[in-house]
Design a protein around this ligand. Sequence first.
Ligand code: CDP
Length: 212
Amino acid sequence: MIITVDGPAASGKGTLARRLARHYGLPHLDTGLLYRGVGYLLLERNRALDDATTAEAIAQSLDLTKLDADALRADRISEAASYVAAMPGVRAALLKMQQDFARQPGGAVLDGRDTGTVIAPEAEAKLFVTASPEERARRRHVELATRREPTEYCEVIADIRKRDERDSERSVAPLKPAPDAVLLDTTQLDIEAAFRAAIAIVEATRAGRARS
Ligand code: CDP
């Protein structure tokens, strides 16, 4: 079974995808880490964020096992990631590896922005996880404080709005729900409640497919 979990920044998609993967015994890919990896290496090489040629070359030879996931999740990498994610060459270079991951025997859980629309349109269960920008900023603000990256709330919400806009308006693989995705608004839900809702969606989708 392939399960895709897409949605905007700090909507809770990563946590839900990890928990779904554990629940169903499936491997999990956080596709955002790939774009973060390209952004990170671009900054490390002191290249401009709009240097598409270098970004594409980095994407073609990206090996996430050589990078530290915590360093990739740092706040300064988020913006770089959303810049390189708008480059068609970068997305094309990362496509096959994501599709191979999705199509491995037994299936997989993937989370990101386009996993249900571009990477695995054939997925059995697709979730599109949202929450209000204010709630997402509140969560990211708490997360950054826990990771000792203190930031002002007003900066966090401004960053979230900017990335939402860039991710939704780019011409390649924009952030949008697949037509057959089920929306899950987590604004009022804690992690446990959101997880229960996600399981209910996956089970209902499976049951629906079994009937048809
Ligand atoms: O958790 P958060 O949304 O902050 O970050 P992420 O999921 O790691 O994604 C970082 C950036 O990578 C996003 O802002 C997107 O621009 C980009 N991305 C994408 O374009 N497509 C994906 N499948 C995953 C991430």
